[in-house]
Design a protein around this ligand. Structure first.
Ligand code: ARG
Ligand code: ZN
Length: 412
């Protein structure tokens, strides 16, 4: 290798973006990590906010090339050891955005790839056109940047007085496996209604409302500008920081412990409950359909968890044991079929207090079967789950949705 090339390679390895895994051992190390993740240009993957960093618990931190040296120096000076979780996030990002064909359904692997917002809009339209008798598209509102919020209504037969199930995906922009799941679910339902008795049983008894991208502005932003973006893209006169955490903006113990009133944080609750057009659109739609919607699902990643209310308080939901039984059965099935471990339980006790979430709000509205799923993985790739993992991640989540929906159908 000539010197030029050698220098280039050395330079490259030094200045790449990386994701680090760091486990602080003392309170001092905890404090340093909190400072690092707030003062330097980094993106905290886990936990969601520096507030939750604690001793002996893994922190996953995305460190861009330009702050890499400073951050590593600082860690070294305080004898904080780190592992490199991902040495090549840029390659992974490139892999995920490559080959996004302009004809969404030209290839059989369409559902095993990630898709730009434009392609998802195109897919919505095509799905409706190809299934005129069973799929309707409902415009429920628009985003802060005026992008349409489309819900697909799957109605596979004409039985009167059907109940309904709601699934939303992509409330957090960087969780790309989530919109991929919504597309997967729709495709599966339409393809296997005739041949799979479980999905037929579910769809004979309920319609399904699917919102593939709840946060289109954020999702678009992760494709064009910053892959690590979480919030929506709303601006506010009083601050230069952009975005509200839409899963802290619902009216459920809004902006109490576990959310922040600071616009620059990742868990900013917004100016008031439902201040964001995306939140308001979903809340309005569910309010006007609350007598038919029996089940609510919100799809996130990552960490592999099946959660139910409450997240906004440590109190138990009135039907806690019923909900626990459902997610337990779903988790057991996933383990049996896919050999993957999912934790389950109420949100507050399984992860942390997180008020203002859509699941708790829907529950309080009267939708007694309300769930938040955290899909794959448990941190190996985090938000950068490679396309080759989409199929398994979606199938196991689908198994959980089916298990729970069937149990609800049986009850009624
Ligand atoms: N990781 C999700 C979040 O931080 C967890 C959601 C659980 N439910 C909730 N209502 N907070 O938003
Ligand atoms: Zn999320």
């Amino acid at each position: 290798m000539n010197l030029d090339k050698l220098l280039k390679t050395a330079h490259c390895t030094e200045t790449q973006d990386q994701v680090l895994s760091i486990t602080p051992k003392t309170q001092e190390q905890v404090d340093i990590l909190k400072t690092v993740s707030t003062q330097y240009e980094t993106a905290l993957w886990q936990p969601v906010s520096p507030h939750y960093i604690k001793e002996d618990t893994q922190v996953h931190l995305f460190v861009p090339a330009n702050s890499s040296e400073t951050v590593k120096d600082l860690l070294q000076r305080h004898a904080i050891t780190h592992e490199v979780l991902l040495a090549n996030p840029n390659e992974l990002i490139e892999m995920q955005t490559r080959n996004d064909s302009t004809d969404p359904r030209s290839s059989s692997t369409f559902y095993e790839r990630y898709h730009s917002l434009e392609d998802i809009y195109f897919w919505i339209n095509r799905t409706k056109q190809d299934n005129p008798d069973t799929v309707k598209v409902i415009l429920i509102g628009s985003s802060f940047e005026k992008r349409p919020l489309y819900v697909l209504k799957l109605s596979l037969n004409n039985r009167p007085n059907k109940k309904a199930m709601w699934i939303d995906c992509g409330i957090h922009a960087r969780e790309w496996i989530s919109p991929a799941f919504c597309l997967w679910f729709v495709q599966y339902s339409l393809s296997f209604y005739q041949s799979n008795k479980d999905i037929a049983n579910i769809l004979d008894n309920m319609d399904v409302y699917v919102l593939p991208v709840l946060n289109p502005d954020g999702y678009h932003y992760t494709w064009t500008t910053n892959r690590m973006w979480r919030k929506n893209r709303s601006t506010n006169m009083s601050t230069k920081c952009i975005g509200v955490d839409l899963n802290r903006n619902f009216d459920a113990n809004w902006c109490t412990e576990g959310a922040s009133d600071q616009p620059c944080t990742e868990i900013y609750c917004g100016a008031f409950p439902e201040s964001e057009p995306e939140t308001l659109a979903v809340a309005d739609f569910l309010r006007s359909h609350k007598h038919i919607v029996q089940i609510y699902f919100s799809i996130h990643s990552y960490s592999q968890m099946l959660l139910f209310p409450f997240s906004c308080t440590l109190e138990e939901a009135e039907n806690h044991s019923e909900l626990l039984e459902m997610v337990q059965e779903a988790a057991q099935k996933i383990q049996r079929h896919y050999r993957n471990i999912y934790k389950y339980g109420s949100g507050a006790k399984t992860i942390y207090l997180a008020p203002g979430g859509s699941d708790d709000w829907a529950y309080n509205l009267g939708i007694k079967y309300s769930f938040t799923f955290e899909l794959q993985d448990r941190g190996s790739y985090g938000f950068l789950l490679p396309p080759s993992h989409i199929s398994k991640a979606c199938n196991e989540a689908l198994l959980a949705v089916k298990t729970i929906a069937l149990k609800v159908v049986e009850k009624t």
